[in-house]
Structure formats: C-alpha cells, structure tokens
Design a protein around this ligand. Structure first.
Ligand SMILES: Nc1ncnc2c1ncn2[C@@H]1O[C@H](COP(=O)(O)OP(=O)(O)O)[C@@H](O)[C@H]1O
Ligand SMILES: [Mg+2]
Length: 238
C-alpha cells in the first residue's frame, strides 16, 4: 500500500489561553501535538470532554492562533503554515482547501437554506444553478424536507440545522474537511446518512479530521484515531 499523500502536517502544536479577565491566568490546553494526515484518511480526535479537541480544529481552521508549533497545509504545489500565514492566505485556504463543519450552524439572517448550502460553491466561482443543484442533492440525501429549502434555518430544529451545516460543509469539495461532532444532534437514520457521506468523501480522496462522540460512528468512519491528552498545568515554580 502506498502512503496517502500528506495534506496536513502538525508539529509541536501548543495552545495556551490567556484569560485576560482573570488577571492574565494561563490555561494550557494543547501541549506539543504532532500528526500528519493525508488524502483518503479520516483521523478521529478522541479524548474526554475539555481536552482541547475543538480547540485543535479551530487552530486548524485558523480561528485560533497557535501559541507554538506549526500547522502546514498543502495548497496545490505549495505548503502554507497557518500559524504564520497572513489573513488573505487563510481566507483563500478556507475557500479552496479547508472546510469546517462547526458544532452549531451559524445562522445568517434572511438567507434561505438552499443558498446557505450553495454558498461555498458560489464562492469558488460555480454558477448559481449548478451550485443550487448540488446543494439540493445533499439536502435531499440528508432528509431536509424540500418545503424548508426556501426558508432561513433560524427556526429549524437542532437536528435540521445540523444537517444544513453538514451539507454546507460537504458541498464545496474541500480537500481537507474538519468536523466537530457533526452527528451529535441527529437520530439514528440521519447518523447513518452522515456516516455514508463521510465514507464516500474519504473514498474520493478527501482528508477528514473529526470529533465524534458516538463510538459506533467513530468506529465506522475512522481510518486512524489520535488521542488528545489533557495538557498538564504549567509547573508551579514558587
Ligand atoms: N476561547 C477560549 N478561551 C479560553 N478558554 C477556552 C477557549 N476555548 C476553549 N477553551 C478551554 O479549552 C479547554 C478545551 O476546550 P475544547 O477544545 O472545547 O475541548 P473539547 O472539544 O475536547 O471538549 C476547555 O477547558 C475550554 O474551557
Ligand atoms: Mg469540543
């Protein structure tokens, strides 16, 4: 078997939050995390709640700045280090390379569901009709009823919003996809749909990094598991 083409390289990633409203208290969360992951892999981050799994995904999306270490992402023929890249390069990566399904849909007022899902394709220059057609295919697979597609998802149930969120994350075809508990608020049938979509994405050569609370889901999608250890508090030198 040939090694997967590496798409993400994380080395020595350390994240310590400084709580300014607590007198500058330092909260170490990630301590020198190393991994590589490539095309056709689904790396699952595991560990108890509060160990920094979501923080790691946010660092990989460029939402949180790393305290130390590097996060290199392959962008065509080049590598881009998210810890030092300027804002415009991070925005470019989000458009073309890295997708992110957050735990909760960030609802945009007044924008209808079909357009929310089609937007990542529109952002890459796909024409409106094609983008909507592809959005519709995913919404249908995820059992979001067609009568809801023209409505903004603000009033949808948690599970419906999460399925809109998943459709929006998958539609863009990003080579690297970050998933933060995408099945947490879904029933068994819809969880199974998401598992199928993830497996298809991996089979198509995409690179997924995800957090899955549900053990059965984790076992069904993971090609590798990375335990995230609680970072030890900084030693007290007094
Ligand atoms: N923006 C933030 N500011 C301060 N602390 C944070 C922030 N984001 C996360 N944390 C803290 O980092 C720790 C890890 O959180 P998180 O990454 O959400 O864990 P997990 O996803 O593994 O449950 C928690 O103690 C949390 O309170
Ligand atoms: Mg989390």
């Amino acid at each position: 078997m040939t090694a997967a083409r590496t798409l993400v390289q994380v080395a020595g990633l350390t994240k310590t939050f400084t709580l300014h409203n607590q007198g500058g208290l330092q909260l170490p969360v990630l301590n020198s995390v190393d991994f590589q992951v490539g095309s056709g892999e689904c790396l699952v981050l595991s560990g108890p709640s509060g160990t920094g799994k979501s923080t790691l995904l946010r660092c990989l999306y460029g939402n949180y700045l790393a305290t130390q270490g590097s996060i290199r992402v392959r962008d065509g023929g080049q590598w881009c280090d998210l810890t030092t890249a300027p804002e415009h390069q991070i925005l470019r990566l989000r458009r073309y390379v890295i997708g992110y399904v957050s735990q909760f849909l960030r609802v945009i007022p007044r924008v209808r569901t079909l357009d929310i899902v089609a937007e990542p394709l529109r952002d890459r220059g796909v024409d409106a009709d094609t983008a909507r057609d592809e959005a519709a295919v995913l919404l249908r697979r995820l059992n979001v009823p067609a009568r809801l597609w023209d409505l903004p998802p603000a009033t949808f149930s948690g599970g419906e919003q999460q399925r809109v969120n998943i459709a929006r994350g998958l539609v863009g075809g990003h080579a690297v996809l970050l998933l933060d508990e995408p099945t947490a608020s879904l029933d068994a049938d819809n969880r199974a749909v998401v598992v199928s979509l993830i497996r298809e994405a991996v089979a198509a050569g995409r690179c997924l990094i995800g957090i899955f609370h549900d053990e059965a889901v984790r076992d069904a999608v993971a090609t590798r598991v990375l335990p995230i250890q609680p970072a030890l508090a900084a030693p007290n030198l007094d």
